[in-house]
Design a protein around this ligand. Structure first.
Ligand SMILES: [Zn+2]
Length: 161
């Protein structure tokens, strides 16, 4: 469990994932720790996958948001191990994903079926579980493309990993 000082959490809640703009970095669970020593901040973040080009953007956005709230001394470090997993995504983050039209991860990494045929992904539009996989890779490699057999709409599924 990650504890972030409430006054900092309120600010970081306003920093959004550039790839899924409805998710804050706290929803994603990439902020691993925040230390506030008399206004000097040390923030540790774990990228959603290593070499993620969005991380540089996210670090810059964190600095900008904190500096508009008066924080000038900010150290941001990346921690690659343990690797980020979709298990770190918050429940409210999963709800926001669904409202955005992306099916959130349906399993934890511990009980995620290895055979994709056993994976049941409900449609984010109509909640039907009558859906089929179209492609293992959707708009980004962390998503798969599905189609709902009831409302016929295609949608992205944020895969467990
Ligand atoms: Zn549907």
């Amino acid at each position: 469990m990650v504890t972030i000082p409430a006054h900092i959490a309120a600010i970081l809640e306003q920093v959004f994932d550039p790839e899924v703009p409805v998710l804050s970095i706290l929803d994603l669970g990439i902020v691993r720790s925040v230390e506030d020593r008399d206004g000097q901040l040390k923030i540790i973040i774990t990228p959603t996958y290593s070499g993620c080009p969005a991380m540089q953007t996210i670090a810059t956005m964190i600095r900008l948001e904190l500096s508009t709230h008066g924080f000038q001394h900010i150290i941001i470090e990346e921690q690659l191990s343990p690797a980020w997993t979709t298990d770190w995504m918050t429940e409210s983050g999963k709800r926001k994903l669904q409202e955005y039209g992306i099916a959130p991860p349906q399993y934890s990494t511990k009980n995620n079926p290895t055979n994709y045929l056993e994976v049941v992904v409900p449609c984010p539009q109509c909640s039907s579980s009558h859906t089929e996989l179209i492609s293992q890779f959707g708009s980004t490699s962390c998503k798969a493309l599905y189609r709902c057999l009831d409302c016929k709409e295609p949608f992205d599924y944020f895969k467990c990993h």
